[in-house]
Design a protein around this ligand. Structure first.
Ligand code: NAD
Ligand code: MG
Length: 399
């Protein structure tokens, strides 16, 4: 350890919602940190401004073609500029004590995977990493003595509820769901929802993709799988419950009947800050709950017809192997199709199911991927299959 030195931190996906919340916390105490790498994609102005403000060593855009723009934006700052997938991996090789993994989608997998080789602490917001390659990622961390800390609010909540507990006494893990932006719509109207309708969240301020995934509960579906992979518990022990206030993030049930709930305001800076300061707790600039004013916490079971993604996640957890990777890839393509106006809101789950079905015909889905390359290859095949599903629906609309 380097007791008196500054903590070296890198942020992958620095320009996004999680990245900006992470920067908010770090910028409050810049004396304590040495910022190594910040990465983004298309928002070059934000990336360059933050890299200057935090005196980062390097700023990397995933978009190769934007290197000249990034270079120009960083001119005279002393911050290096780089671009492209290989540059992202090189940034993951740069020594850092703490790395935030907050790229959205399966694109976040390879840089996080690479960072683990250096025995770093990886704060994992990128849930797609665990959904697509959970066992490989956890094994990689064990192999190199790296630490993965959960940043998804539900998983941070479970993690905190488990401090000092024996996993053998855990009976169940319950994660909560807000119900998303369309929760008050009649189910019959969901098919007509637009990206703008589904992209407004009642409680959380997040990136566009995860916000729409909240409305469809693909987000909760991914989080069920994430729970299984991160905490190593069987699917049957994991539940999701709708809790419209989003104040309880998760509960852990023990064999003596006790339920340990984690409450907090819907502000990602709590989970990010917990991972940043772990194993300590430190003052964080989040609102304090006034329980008397809140007065009521509600819960109800999620409707399987309104949220078919939850059942698909159950099947994925049963199948294991490559099914999580296929599930995630198909979901990303289905979401792209919905955003592009090619398919309806309720078609997304149909695309994901059909892709899983198409790829399970030779029974290879349950076979575990042998390495990262295998995962990335499966991801690509699943994307192509999901695109085929979308095309066939566009050509032959349902009667
Ligand atoms: P966002 O869309 O706001 O930001 C995504 C970041 O990834 C940006 O920095 C963007 O430049 C970068 N990026 C996009 N495509 C990329 C690519 N192909 N290659 C490299 N970088 C790319 O997303 P977000 O809401 O901050 O979510 C980030 C991750 O954290 C997701 O996995 C999400 O599921 C997870 N998460 C987010 C929240 C939240 O509150 N926003 C909560 C829990 C988990
Ligand atoms: Mg979450």
């Amino acid at each position: 350890t380097r007791p008196s030195a500054k903590r070296r931190v890198s942020i992958f996906g620095a320009t996004g919602s999680i990245g900006q919340n992470t920067i908010d916390l770090i910028a409050r105490d810049l004396e304590a940190y040495e910022v190594v790498a910040l990465t983004g994609a298309r928002n070059i102005a934000q990336l360059a401004a933050d890299a200057r403000r935090l005196s980062a060593r390097i700023a990397v855009t995933a978009e190769e073609g934007l290197l000249p723009e990034l270079r120009a934006a960083l001119e005279g700052s002393g911050v290096q500029a780089a671009a492209g997938e290989a540059a992202l991996l090189e940034a993951a090789d740069m020594p850092a004590d703490w790395i935030m993994s907050a790229i959205v989608g399966a694109a976040g997998l390879a840089p996080g995977f690479r960072a683990l080789r250096h025995g770093t602490t990886l704060a994992l917001a990128n849930k797609e990493s665990l959904v697509t390659a959970g066992p490989l990622l956890m094994a990689e961390a064990r192999k190199y003595g790296a630490t993965i800390l959960p940043v998804d609010s539900e998983h941070s909540a479970v993690f905190q509820a488990l401090v000092g507990e024996d996993m053998a006494t855990v009976e169940r893990i319950i994660i909560t769901a807000s119900g998303g932006g369309l929760r008050d719509w009649p189910e019959s109207a969901l098919a007509t929802a637009t990206p703008a309708d589904a992209g407004a969240h009642p409680n959380w301020d997040m990136g566009q993709r995860i916000t729409i995934d909240s409305a469809s509960m693909f987000n909760k579906a991914m989080e069920l799988i994430e729970t299984k992979e991160f905490f190593g518990v069987p699917a049957a022990m994991i539940e999701a419950v709708v809790h419209p206030q989003s104040l309880i993030h998760a509960l852990v049930g023990f064999n003596d009947g006790a339920l340990m709930a984690h409450l907090g305001p819907p502000d990602m800076r709590h989970a990010i800050g917990y991972a940043l300061h772990h194993p300590d707790r430190t003052h964080l600039p989040v609102a304090r709950l006034d329980l008397a004013q809140i007065a009521t916490l509600e819960f109800h079971a999620p409707s399987p017809t309104r949220y078919p993604a939850l059942q698909i996640a159950r099947e994925v957890m049963e199948t294991g192997g490559k099914s999580g990777c296929v599930f995630n890839a198909a979901k990303e393509i289905a979401l792209d199709g919905f955003l592009a106006g090619q398919i309806g809101f309720m078609d997304m789950s149909g695309i994901v199911s059909a892709t899983l079905d198409a790829m399970s015909s030779d029974n290879s889905l349950s076979i575990a991927p042998v390495g990262l390359e295998d995962v990335l290859q499966t991801d690509q095949i699943a994307r192509d299959m999901a695109l085929d599903q979308i095309r066939s629906r566009i050509e032959q609309p349902k009667a």
